[in-house]
Design a protein around this ligand. Sequence first.
Ligand code: NI
Length: 253
Amino acid sequence: MFDSHAHYDDEKFDADRDQVLLECVNSGVTHIVNAGCDLESSKKSLELSEKYPFVYAAVGVHPHEASGCSENTLDEIKALAGKEKVVAIGEIGLDYHYDFSPRDVQKEVFAKQIALARELNLPIIVHDRESHRDVLDILKSERAYETGGVLHCFSGSVEMAREAFELGFKIGIGGAVTFKNARKSIEVVQFAPLDMLLVETDCPYMTPEPYRGRRNWSGYIKLILQKMAEIKGIDYSEIEEATTNNAKRLFRV
Ligand code: NI
């Protein structure tokens, strides 16, 4: 199982990080991409990836942190991105739900990091919350399709998924697909070709049912895969294999 998006640097894992990561391997997790949110967590992602062979790092500045992102920050992100275990620039994007940074700043920092990813030939991991139209427009205007990537924790419609696929972007499906109000996510999984789907926990957040409310971890990826297999009417092993291969291809691991 390939968890394409996790945050094991989060303080919620401070007490038992090593144990949890060991338990991931025991429960069949073969790869984890740990996504950075700012310089600090990008460095921690890299450290985790250098400590654990099955952990890979993404480095980048989340839209929440866009206000604090200077040219210097981007230079440091670029230096980190050159390390061997760094497989993507992320997570980057727009968040109009919280608007922690002004939207014009979010857009600028997103665009600059797409340019960086293209320069380094790395895929991007995109965070998009209530900003679907602007995310797609920026992916197009900044020619993000040249380097590709994944729209993580995908929350858009079938129509948006279609546009993402046309740009060559994959979508990441997480715990939300198991929630009671998951109608839109279910339609998206039904619609999506098998080769465009990744699976992710976004742990410690987004815990799938029936454990919603608890801390999330990569072992719960089984629950998401089970739901995806059920939606698509295919065998569990088929969705597990497809999502693992898709992520391996995207992140070149
Ligand atoms: Ni995340």
